[in-house]
Design a protein around this ligand. Structure first.
Ligand code: BTN
Length: 330
């Protein structure tokens, strides 16, 4: 859309940019530029205009738009970034695009999801105006054996993006929750499609949901979930900044996949599960509850080595663990 291109140019400029310069760069009329600026003002951008100097962006509102994300990416990158106001699930939209042949690295972002999906068939609450719901398409050349590592690599990539965007640290709870002050700020859901004939992986849709500017959560999840804003004094964070950093971080992941040792080392640094008392699900103890033990280490394949209280040692590859001291587990 023209208004996205106009926003990109105005927000990249340190001072004023003339209407003439915009119309030349975008090869459109001055009237079209004026109309686009009017539409941006209606969206909430404050754009000052001066007869001699042109346009100046005087505020940076937290609007997740194609223009505000593209302003932070190289021009060659933003073509494959698709931004929506609302979708059912960004994973579903990208899966559909992938079936029509969009390239690896394509990204779908939405301000709201009406049917956000979580792990294990759960829903993922995705209100508008506060979160980032982003899916990244990877068409890997690797086989099935490594694919379960992808979610762990993504947790590292998102933690790095949060650090680059906002200078803030986050931690990883095995296997793929990102935490701030011991509560969850981000969930990741990777969905894989397999080519029927060869049995090889066709596409990986990596879905990332981040609580950025929520000011509170319903009672039933307030022990578990938090937002970056809540953990930082209620400040509003510009979501486009983080969305652009996630794209850069995921591009780095894609170019390192599947052999970059950085991701395992960094995962071990960020993980706060090892050394803790845990309850593992769905491994059931005789009493029908989860099995309790102590998390020992993250293995080279990102599985979690656990010493259970009956003395046995197992490597957990999937499933969930409750970690004592996290999410209200005492
Ligand atoms: C979880 O913690 O259970 C995983 C949540 C994953 C949510 C993201 S939001 C973007 C993408 N689209 C979805 O429908 N789900 C993922």
């Amino acid at each position: 859309m023209l208004k996205d291109d106009v926003l990109k140019l105005i927000s990249r400029e340190n001072g004023y940019i003339s209407g003439e310069a915009i119309s030349q760069k975008l090869n459109v009329s001055r009237t079209a530029v004026n109309t686009a600026v009017k539409a941006l003002r209606e969206d909430g951008y404050e754009i000052t205009s001066s007869t001699n100097k042109g346009y100046l962006l005087t505020n940076n509102p937290d609007i997740l738009s194609k223009g505000s994300i593209a302003a932070l990416l190289p021009d060659s990158r933003s073509g494959n970034v698709h931004v929506f106001e609302t979708v059912d699930s960004t994973n579903n939209v990208l899966k559909d695009m992938a079936s029509k042949g969009v390239p690896s690295g394509s990204v779908v972002i939405s301000d709201h999801q009406s049917g956000g999906k979580g792990r294990r068939g759960r829903s993922f609450s995705s209100p508008s105006g506060v979160g980032i719901y982003l899916s990244y398409l990877l068409k890997p050349d690797s086989g099935f054996d490594k694919i379960s590592d992808l979610t762990s690599w993504t947790a590292v990539a998102v933690a790095d993006a949060i650090k680059n965007a906002y200078g803030l640290d986050s931690q990883i709870k095995w296997v793929n929750d990102l935490l701030m002050n011991r509560k969850k700020i981000c969930g990741i859901l990777t969905e894989v499609t397999v080519e029927g004939e060869s049995g090889l992986i066709d596409t990986c849709i990596i879905g990332i949901g981040i609580n950025v500017n929520e000011s509170g959560f319903p009672e039933e999840i307030s022990q578990i979930a938090t937002s970056i804003s809540i953990e930082n004094g209620g400040k509003t964070f510009i979501r486009s900044t983080l969305a652009a950093e996630i794209i850069k971080s995921m591009d780095k992941l894609a170019s390192g996949w599947p052999d970059d040792s950085y991701y395992l080392n960094r995962y071990r640094e960020l993980n706060i599960t090892t050394g803790s008392r845990i309850t593992a699900f769905p491994q059931m103890a005789e009493n029908g509850q989860g099995r309790t033990g102590t998390a020992v280490e993250i293995n080279d394949d990102f599985s979690l080595k656990v010493r259970f209280d009956d003395g046995s040692v197992s490597d957990l590859r999937s499933g969930e663990v409750s970690v004592r001291g996290l999410y209200g587990y005492t």
